[in-house]
Design a protein around this ligand. Structure first.
Ligand SMILES: *Cc1c(COP(=O)(O)O)cnc(C)c1O
Length: 457
């Protein structure tokens, strides 16, 4: 029996990354609290991916709810061209004060894709404003995902999502991405090869290159692909030697996911731009920031109006969003999340030690609050997800990779229980799989290897 809500949904709503004829129907959710989502029939699901990586404090946090209610009663919105307001100023101050001192400026927008577009445009105009017309290309890392608008798609072209649009995307060069995992014995060779490639590129084209954009340490949407900070550092040194700007897309990695407030902190030298969004408001409102250095800003500050950065969104610096971000940042620090994330990382490691025992699991990897692994058999992710849902655990694998990115409020006991439940699910799956392997006709199964939903975020 279809619920009336689902019936209307199916008549009128178009969901993101959803293939109507293949994807499972969306589940009507009527409320959410803490770690849990509640559906129409009273079933609960533990949200182990923080609702697309945003809900760092869990759902419906009363402190955040109060902060936005209060702001809505005081100043819900005002256009940000002629006006300014305390929530935006306080947030800009709060974020820049937590970054190296050369980061002084914050440009507001409302989603991660826009934060990236803004960084790309600023980087280009930075050189343009100085009369430099030779720099006209961007570089990115293979597999990087930066959002779904055209500039973001161009630098994320190799993430696998944009085939119908390839002919519209501007030209970007991509560097190999030496992804790694626990007990990876080849990593030194992979990194050396990648760095030789980028070095040769910069030798030939460094002076023509505007910026290098990357997701530091963990590529999210292309499958939670990890690399070593020392590699990122070496790559940045190459780029910076040629005057190439560095854009860190920390839309996913920001706000503790890699074990520090921002991934950039783990490196000896900072990038030129940092893009933030997902965890910024604790997941309750859309808001994004492009943070840049004084050096960048000064190339725009001028008595020549032609040097203006002519970019803005209607809801730039929405006060309610800013109030949520300020409350979220205060909670983050009051609750000592960075310490909790250390404990979480330890439990992830212990959990993965169990999960990696299954013959169909490879490449276990952990980075701060994120744990991931890859299934060797493409038939598994869909069955695994369905079994998890049935047990009340919400996960959404990316291709053949599964991952856990829980809200930081999860307790060590709860997370340990999750791993035990996952092992029970994998036990069942191994039985089903050995049954499948003995069947003579597996043709229908091999068909699903590259079915589009397997690739979806
Ligand atoms: C999600 C994401 C984006 C896009 O953000 P939206 O808010 O979905 O537009 C960009 N970069 C990274 C690394 C992301 O994870």
């Amino acid at each position: 029996m279809t619920s009336p809500l689902l019936h209307l949904d199916q008549a009128h709503v178009w969901h993101p990354f959803h293939q109507a004829k293949l994807s499972p129907s969306p589940i009507p959710i009527i409320k959410a609290e803490g770690l849990y989502l509640y559906d129409e029939n009273g079933k609960t699901y533990m949200d182990l991916m923080s609702s697309w990586w945003v809900m760092i404090h869990g759902h419906s946090h009363p402190v955040l709810a109060e902060a936005i209610a209060e702001q809505a009663r005081t100043l819900a919105h005002v256009m940000f061209a002629n006006f300014t307001h305390k929530p935006a100023v306080d947030l800009a101050q709060a974020i820049t004060s937590r970054l190296p001192s050369l980061f002084t400026r914050v440009f507001f927008s409302d989603n991660g894709s826009n934060a990236v577009e803004i960084a790309l445009k600023m980087a280009h105009q930075y050189f343009y404003n100085q009369g430099d017309r030779t720099r006209n290309r961007f570089v990115a890392l293979e597999g990087g995902y930066h959002g779904d608008t055209f500039g973001a798609m161009s630098v994320g072209k190799t993430s696998g999502y944009y085939t119908p649009f390839h002919h519209f995307l501007f030209q970007v060069d991509f560097f190999p991405y030496p992804e790694t995992w626990m007990d990876d014995t080849q990593i030194d060779e992979k990194e050396a090869a990648a760095l030789a490639h980028s070095e040769a590129f910069f030798k030939a084209h460094g002076q023509e290159t505007i910026a290098l954009i990357m997701e530091p340490f963990m590529q999210g949407a292309s499958g939670m692909r990890l690399c070593r900070p020392s590699f990122i550092n070496a790559l940045m040194e190459q780029a910076q030697a040629h005057g190439v700007l560095i854009i860190f897309d920390e839309v996913m990695t920001g706000f503790g996911r890699t074990g520090t407030l921002f991934a950039a902190e783990q490196l000896p030298s900072p990038p030129d731009f940092i893009c933030l969004s997902k965890g910024l408001t604790g997941g309750i409102l859309p808001l994004a920031l492009t943070v840049c250095t004084d050096e960048i800003y000064n190339a725009f500050a001028s008595i020549q109006s032609a040097k203006t950065f002519l970019h803005g969104h209607t809801f730039t610096a929405n006060p309610i969003g800013c109030a949520a971000a300020l409350a979220s940042l205060a909670l983050f620090e009051e609750q000592h999340y960075l310490e909790k994330i250390k404990d979480m990382e330890q439990i992830h490691r212990e959990g993965l030690d169990k999960i990696r025992q299954y013959s169909f699991v490879k490449h276990p990897r952990v980075c701060g609050a994120i744990a991931a692994w890859t299934f060797t058999d493409p038939r598994i992710p869909a069955a695994f997800t369905a079994a998890c849902l049935q047990r009340g655990l919400f996960l959404r694998p990316l291709g053949t990779s599964a991952y856990l990115m829980p809200p930081y409020i999860i307790t060590p006991e709860q997370l340990t229980t999750v791993y035990n439940d996952l092992c029970a699910i994998l036990d069942d799956l191994s039985k089903t799989l050995s049954g499948l392997d003995t069947e003579t006709n597996t043709e229908t199964n091999t068909d699903t290897t590259c079915s589009p939903p397997d690739l979806f975020i």
